[in-house]
Design a protein around this ligand. Structure first.
Ligand code: ATP
Ligand code: MG
Length: 113
């Protein structure tokens, strides 16, 4: 099992979610509004580089836990649907997941996803 953690532009969220729903078999998604920064910051409205080194951009975070065999297609869909080609498009991280517990039934592991 893996967790796919994607930080994307908030205005791309709806089309990413739509595409993931169309995929079918998507077990669930957690979505959060987050703030962050990376190496490069976009210029301000006048096209001037921003001098303040500590500024946060609003992003959307998706967290999706899937069986190993579903990782690539989920990552590919997010990467394609969140892509504008401009700085700040975001990143996708893939992390190992040791276990899952479904609280209602007590199921564990892949059966609990
Ligand atoms: N290494 C990282 N660790 C944690 N969060 C990150 C990391 N890199 C980027 N992020 C998150 O993703 C958001 C978008 O990053 P961004 O797409 O601007 O990365 P970048 O490396 O500057 O790429 P680009 O040059 O395309 O802008 C950041 O605001 C931050 O929330
Ligand atoms: Mg950037």
């Amino acid at each position: 099992m893996k967790e796919i953690k994607a930080i994307i532009q908030p205005f791309m969220l709806a089309q990413v979610i739509d595409a993931l729903r169309e995929l079918g078999g998507l077990p669930g998604v957690t979505v959060s509004e987050v703030q962050g920064f990376a190496k490069h910051r976009p210029p301000d409205a006048d096209g001037q580089p921003q001098e303040d080194p500590i500024g946060y951009a609003k992003k959307a975070k998706l967290e999706i836990v899937v069986p190993d065999e579903d990782v690539e297609r989920v990552v590919e869909i997010i990467a394609a649907k969140a892509h504008t080609g401009r700085a700040g498009d975001g990143k996708i991280f893939v992390l190992p997941v040791d276990d899952v517990v479904k609280i209602r039934t007590g199921e564990r592991g892949p059966a609990a996803i």
